[in-house]
Write a protein that binds this ligand. Structure first.
Ligand code: ACM
Ligand code: ZN
Length: 493
């Protein structure tokens, strides 16, 4: 009898000691033609089985039902899945829940379902189960830095499909930094003239690929720091005289955007004008981290801005800059999100804070009534080593799988109201320390699986030993996909 080993662990699983055999007559019944979750499920099934798996409106042997009258029971993303010897029924209040029900069904199927080509001799059997499931948090993110090292569109899409497998619903795409600007901007062709980058058509294809899996792409355009790649192409947006060069070492650099210069702000608005056309996400990330103030202290334009706007100091100038973009985004129906340094000098009215230097920034923002996403480097920075050791992959510090899994985004001394401002949790994958797909993957897996469970599963239902047991099964899927992972001693002994 196949066992149930879903990651993230569902709210409730009741298994009967029976099985359902799927065969070439399998059909998918969907709420409407071309329903995205049904189309996705059909694609998952067709390749490895070689079956036709038609999607039809109405009844099917795998039934997807959207029942708005039960939206209260399920929440925006919950679902119920029943598998009996006769078929499968997934019901949800909204489409998001159907996507996640499909991912649970995928994890109930044999690992061979992850094959890219048809596999023969597989018994396509799933255990009979009753699952009720809904997420703890609404922001369950995975971030990827494509500036320090560039990752091609195929890798990005593969990463997104793995996020979907884990019911992660946000892909945070760190598109710009000192080392390279990675998104084509039509008005400023020099930004991507010299470095590998994505065309707007490619970026749109990533947005569509993610949307077809229930995932929102949140783009990040860094300001006012981490700007060397821009200044290399457009030195007029710096405080000091150029020339500048895209960074060739890791670190934080003094040359940042001159925000005393109106032309710099116009440049950034023009960039965002194009970014908003490509990315429909309500949240837009503007960076805000690690901006040294040394150039601003010396710059007549920046000092004049401080004077004119009646700002107390350079921290207030950073805050003023973020507020300009908070308003710009709010005027266009979007919401600003930034790293926790956006607290310095005062938080912009609509800002959501991504707490990375620890959880304190998140706590402070939640106390001030702002939404926060918890992403502390102490736990969920996946560029860190898994264990101490010179031969271990990773850099800067250590966050073991168990340490990562142990993070609770709701900090112990938060009030209920403060805790309600915690949108969720996100793992960040900074790419200074690796430059190949496999190099990235051994940093990401299994720790991203742990973060997915933090975001989805109720705290009381989480158990590390139980998680590692389920990850051993999930690893078989990664093997079939050809995805590398760290062979953690906490999982395999
Ligand atoms: C960051 O890690 N600088 C957000
Ligand atoms: Zn300046």
């Amino acid at each position: 009898m196949p066992s149930v080993n879903i990651i993230p662990r569902p709210t409730l699983v009741a298994s009967a000691s029976n099985v359902l055999h799927l065969d070439a007559d399998t059909t998918i019944g969907a709420p409407e033609a071309e329903h995205p979750a049904a189309v996705l499920l059909a694609a998952y099934l067709r390749g490895p089985t070689g079956w036709t798996v038609p999607v039809q409106v109405g009844a099917g042997s795998i039934q997807l039902l959207r029942d708005g009258s039960r939206a209260q029971d399920f929440g925006a993303e919950g679902y119920q899945l029943d598998a009996t010897p006769d078929g499968v029924c997934i019901v949800a209040g909204e489409d998001a829940g159907l996507f996640w029900g499909v991912q649970s069904l995928r994890q109930l199927l044999p690992a061979a379902i992850e094959a890219r080509t048809t596999v023969t001799g597989v018994d396509w059997t799933i255990p009979t189960v009753h699952i009720e499931d809904r997420p703890r948090f609404s922001w369950r993110g995975g971030h990827l830095d494509v500036s320090r090292h560039f990752f091609d569109i195929d890798f990005v899409k593969g990463f997104i499909d793995l996020l979907a497998l884990h019911k992660q619903n946000v892909f945070h795409w760190h598109l710009t930094d000192d080392h390279g600007w990675r998104l084509q901007i039509e008005r400023y062709p020099e930004l991507t003239h010299e470095s590998a980058s994505y065309t707007q058509a490619e970026a749109r294809s990533v947005v569509a690929y993610a949307a077809a899996r229930g995932i929102t792409v949140v783009p990040e355009i860094e300001l006012p720091g981490h700007a060397l790649a821009v200044l290399a192409a457009y030195p007029e947006f710096a405080c000091a005289e150029g020339p500048f060069h895209a960074a060739t070492e890791w670190g934080v650099f003094d040359d940042v955007f001159c925000v005393g210069n109106d032309a710099t702000l116009a440049f950034l608005r023009h960039v965002f004008d194009e970014v908003l056309e490509i990315f429909p996400s309500r949240f837009i990330h503007v960076g805000g981290d690690e901006c040294p103030k040394t150039r601003w202290q010396q710059c007549p334009k920046c000092q004049a801005r401080i004077q004119q706007e009646g700002l107390a100091n350079e921290d207030a100038l950073q805050s003023w800059t973020i507020r300009q973009f908070d308003k710009y985004l709010a005027d266009r129906g979007r919401r600003l999100v930034g790293w926790d340094e956006i607290l310095e000098g005062g938080l912009a009215p609509g800002a959501t804070v991504m707490s990375w230097r620890g959880v304190e920034g998140g706590l402070e923002a939640a106390r001030a009534g702002h939404d926060v996403v918890m992403t502390p480097q102490t736990h969920v920075y996946l560029d860190r080593k898994h264990y101490e050791g010179d031969d271990e992959p990773g850099r800067l510090s250590v966050s073991s799988l168990e340490n990562c899994y142990g993070f609770d985004p709701t900090i112990a001394d938060m009030t209920i109201t403060e805790a309600q401002h915690v949108l969720g949790v996100q793992a960040n994958v900074w790419s200074e320390g690796f430059d190949t797909p496999a190099g990235a993957e051994v940093m990401i897996w299994p720790r991203m699986s742990a973060v997915a469970e933090i975001g989805w599963t109720a705290q009381a239902d989480r158990n590390f030993a139980d998680f590692t047991g389920r990850f051993r099964h999930l690893a078989q899927r990664l093997d079939v996909m050809g995805v590398a992972y760290y062979r953690d001693r906490a999982v395999w002994g």
